[in-house]
Design a protein around this ligand. Structure first.
Ligand SMILES: C[S@@+](CC[C@H](N)C(=O)[O-])C[C@H]1O[C@@H](n2cnc3c(N)ncnc32)[C@H](O)[C@@H]1O
Length: 395
């Protein structure tokens, strides 16, 4: 059975592993920065369409020693590229050399290749990506008399290389654009969460979609919209018009239609409990409303301009509150924000009895100003920022 690797942000590997098991993946094993799993083509399509917390789904095709640029070039040239590409198709190469200064590179953006690393080794992602591209192009030009073009935005085949400890794992990217790009969020807002991270936070919170959900500082509405998609069982990939595997030679269009039709048939009509987002900023609420419309969630979630001081929990039933307050980068901002974190603590104590509340923050100093003891903490990364999801049970 084909083996796959779902890449994730650090800290959410275990959540993604559980999701993949529910989607039908076998031999699922959470690793560092992702999840190994196995499955057939149908499972691959279901995973790309339905997984909420993974960033990409890769299919490893070759694993070989690559001690220097020449070895990398030779090994890549040994792959029968005519099985995957021809001069009419486009491709791109993404390369990560673990520990390299330039962590990620796309060959199409490189003007001039930098020098190889010390002792002729591979320490530069740009250079390694260029070597891989050259090997592919040289082989196909020799065999077919013409070469496929590079398209870094929407290639037929995205080749992803990961080089670590003088070994290279070469994979094909089944997802295409990163899976956090659901397609419903067009309007920018201040410091939005990635959709994949928001979904992971919701899963870690243990929120049950039959109970109310509130985000009192919702910004562009990411947590609320991901909650809405979960409550209605809407597969996050249903908004996308393209996946990477569409360009693969074994793309089975009938199977893909079956998988996406089944996902559409599983969408629920109504949410069972209120899902609401509030924010003090008018523009943030306007963008959240816009995004809700695009996600088809206008009737299922509620957004309203409101500050936390005036917040009243929706309905009387207890539920889950998740908030991602500003963290502040400069010292002055951090001082000002202490009062805001204190207000959150007051809100939990005074108005959220019976609720389970969570704060997601990148600043642990500020978290102390909440004035409540967290019953649990999860370590997650928001891009490079080491963050905490803190749980407060309000009895
Ligand atoms: C880090 S952003 C939230 C981003 C959001 N999670 C998203 O994905 O778009 C923090 C938000 O808190 C809001 N905010 C700050 N002070 C507030 C207050 N007193 N009451 C309500 N919202 C507030 C800001 O307007 C901002 O949109």
């Amino acid at each position: 059975m084909p083996k796959f690797f779902a890449t994730t942000a650090k800290g959410i590997e275990a959540v993604a592993a559980e999701e993949l098991k529910l989607l039908g993946a076998v031999d699922v094993e959470a690793g560092y920065g992702g999840v190994h799993f196995e499955g057939d083509l149908e499972l691959l399509y279901k995973a790309c369409l339905g997984v909420r917390t993974a960033t990409r789904i890769l299919m490893p095709v070759r694993d070989f020693a690559a001690k220097n640029p020449e070895m990398l070039y030779d090994q890549v040239r040994r792959i029968k590229w005519e099985n995957y590409l021809n001069p009419e198709k486009t491709f791109a190469v993404d390369c990560t050399v673990a520990g390299a200064k330039a962590l990620k590179a796309r060959d199409g953006r490189i003007d001039a290749p930098p020098a190889p690393g010390p002792r002729g080794g591979l320490s530069h992602s740009h250079y390694a990506a260029l070597k891989i591209k050259d090997a592919i192009v040289d082989q196909l030009r020799q065999k077919q008399g013409a070469r496929p073009n590079v398209d870094t935005e929407s290639p037929d085949l995205r080749v992803v290389a990961f080089i670590n400890n003088e070994r290279c794992v070469l994979s094909f990217d089944a997802s295409g654009a990163s899976l956090h790009e659901r397609g419903y969020r067009l309007r920018g807002a201040k410091a939005p969460l990635k959709e994949t991270l928001a979904a992971a936070i919701l899963m870690l919170s243990g929120w049950d979609p039959r109970t109310p959900f509130i985000d009192p500082m919702c910004g562009s509405g990411t947590l609320v919209l991901e909650a809405g998609l979960m409550a209605l069982n809407i597969a996050p990939g249903l908004f996308r018009d393209r996946f990477g595997f569409f360009g693969w030679p074994d793309f089975d269009e009938a199977l893909w239609t079956k998988v996406s039709d089944e996902a559409k048939a599983q969408v629920r009509r109504r949410v069972e409990a209120p899902i609401a987002g509030y924010d003090a900023d008018r523009d943030a609420i306007a963008s959240a409303l816009d995004n809700a419309k695009r996600a088809g969630l206008s009737k299922s979630v509620h957004f309203e301009k409101r500050t936390i001081e005036t917040l009243e929990p929706a309905g009387s039933a207890a539920g889950t509150l998740v908030v991602n307050p500003p963290y502040g980068e400069r010292l002055g901002e951090v001082e000002e924000l202490k009062a805001l974190y204190g207000q959150l603590g007051d809100l939990f104590k005074q108005k959220m009895k019976g609720w389970t509340c969570f704060i997601f923050t990148g600043n642990r100093e500020l978290a102390k100003s909440v004035g409540l003891r967290a019953s649990r903490r999860f370590e997650l990364f928001n891009g490079p920022i080491d963050c905490r999801l803190l749980k407060y049970e309000m009895y």
